[in-house]
Every structure is written in C-alpha cells, then in structure tokens.
Design a protein around this ligand. Sequence first.
Ligand SMILES: [Zn+2]
Length: 237
Amino acid sequence: MLSVVLATCLIAFENPAAPSPPGAVILLGAPGAGKGTQAEQLVKRYGIPSISSGDILRDQVKRGTDLGRLADPIMRAGQLVPDKVLNPMIEERLSRPDCARGLVLDGYPRTVAQAEALDAMLQKKGLPARVFLLEVPREALFKRLTGRRTCPVCKRNYNIYFVPPRKEGACDNDGAALVQRPDDREEVIRERLATFEKQTQPVIEYYSRQRRLIALNGDQAPEKVFEDMVAKLPPTR
Ligand SMILES: [Zn+2]
C-alpha cells in the first residue's frame, strides 16, 4: 500500500502539469483505425504508459524470464502465445509503479478470455476502465493501409490518397522512389482485416453486452477523434 502511495506521489511529482490520469483506457479497432496514434496522445496528455502485448512479449523474451522462455519458441513458430503465458506477463507489467494511476492498452485484450482476465487484474488494482472502439469504414481502412508509402532514404511516410508526394511515386525531400511495405499489399490487408473481424468481434460483443463499449467515429482527423475520446473520459482536475 505504501509503495502504491509513494509511486502515485512520484508520478504526480514527475508530471506536475499532467491532468489526473483516467485509469485504464482500452483501445479496440481494426489495423489502421488509429489506435497507435490515439495511444500516443493519451500518453502525452496524461503521463501514463502505453502497453502493447507485442512489446511485453519481446521484453520478456529479451530479459530471458521464465515466461519469456516459454513464449520464445511459440513466437518463432509464428503462433499465438497462449493466454496462460501472456496474461501473467500483462499482470506483471500492470503491477509496476508507472501503471498505478492509469495506462493505455493497445492490442490487448484480443480474446474474451483475455478481456475477463484483464477485468480481474484491473479490479484487483482498483483501476476503472474505459473501453473505446475506433470505428472506421472498411473502405477508408483500405485506403489508409494500402495507400501507405515510405521513402527508403529519409524514411518519410506518405499516403497516395491522403498525403501524396508532389510527384507521383517520388519523395518530396530527395526524389527517391517510394516503396510499399509487403504487409500493406492489398491481399495481405484483406487477410489482416478479416482476422481482426473474426478475432475481435467477440471482444467487442463482450464489452457491448456489459454496456461498457464507447464507440468513436475514427473516420475523422486524429485530433478530432482524440477530442471525442477525452470528452468521454472522467473529468480531470
Ligand atoms: Zn526521402
């Protein structure tokens, strides 16, 4: 208990200007719906960490923990790490002091079993949770993902539909030929979106049944989406 109080004081001290954190914010949405961008904004505004299962897995493997050693061969084989390995990793991460007053979850939970486990973890910590679904029509997601191009030289990002270069296919900075990441190709995107729908629909229904799902229109400027989200978060000091 003392450590929690101490950690809370430390965090408040480190971020004197940050508004009081909103508890746990769970972001759901298809690939390309803008979860990462919104997570970044939440981190900036509230001084809370953003947690993704991918980062946690890689960290545990790198540190060679017991759980990491269990997960490593499964990840290498390209398979999904089972809940009995992943959930304790998430719980360990949530137990660190930086999560004492709030956190953002991006890419977790992916299954109903994970959502249930997460509810139990947050309850234990006494953290309230807000669940947002970033809704973007399929057609718009498609353009966001298949339109992405990157300059191999300066790494600048473009989108042929929304942020096109001045000259087609060439970087504005250095004229290099823009490239498309292999997993942004249309057939791969189709597959990723189908997987998302199949996997995440039950999680959406889980929160929806409990009347906890807050749907946001993700098909607008990121700043506007963020504004809508903050309006649905508990009032801050
Ligand atoms: Zn360039």
